[in-house]
Ligand binder design. Sequence first.
Ligand SMILES: [Zn+2]
Ligand SMILES: [Zn+2]
Ligand SMILES: [Zn+2]
Length: 137
Amino acid sequence: MGVNVAEVATVPKKPKKPCAKFSSGCPNLTHSRFCEIHEKQEEKRYIETRKSEPWWKWLHSRRWRKASRAHKAEFPLCAECERSGRTTAVAVTHHKIPHNGNYELFWDESNWESRCNPCHELEHKQDRFKKKEKGSD
Ligand SMILES: [Zn+2]
Ligand SMILES: [Zn+2]
Ligand SMILES: [Zn+2]
């Protein structure tokens, strides 16, 4: 079964849709929500918003660094990978229930789970998009 990667990558030929910034005058088409330019812009905006959140400070506090380090020592493997039978080293301590700035949820140890970077990014990308879909944005 010699399926080569280049072939697989070029197979889906879904038509492109207008960028979500179409209403603000963006003429670009895309396979995702935003065109490349706006994808980057949105990413930047997202990071800026994060920085003004209260939990941004928690995340960069010595308390969290210590807590997270201890948690990683206790759970040194990505839980998501483990569930699919892979063994990947932990990169971040993730919150199973998104804390959204909720102090209790953020510091609740039972809400923490180890993640490798790819799993973590994927998960946050998903809930970011979910939120956006529902939101007034
Ligand atoms: Zn655009
Ligand atoms: Zn993983
Ligand atoms: Zn996370």
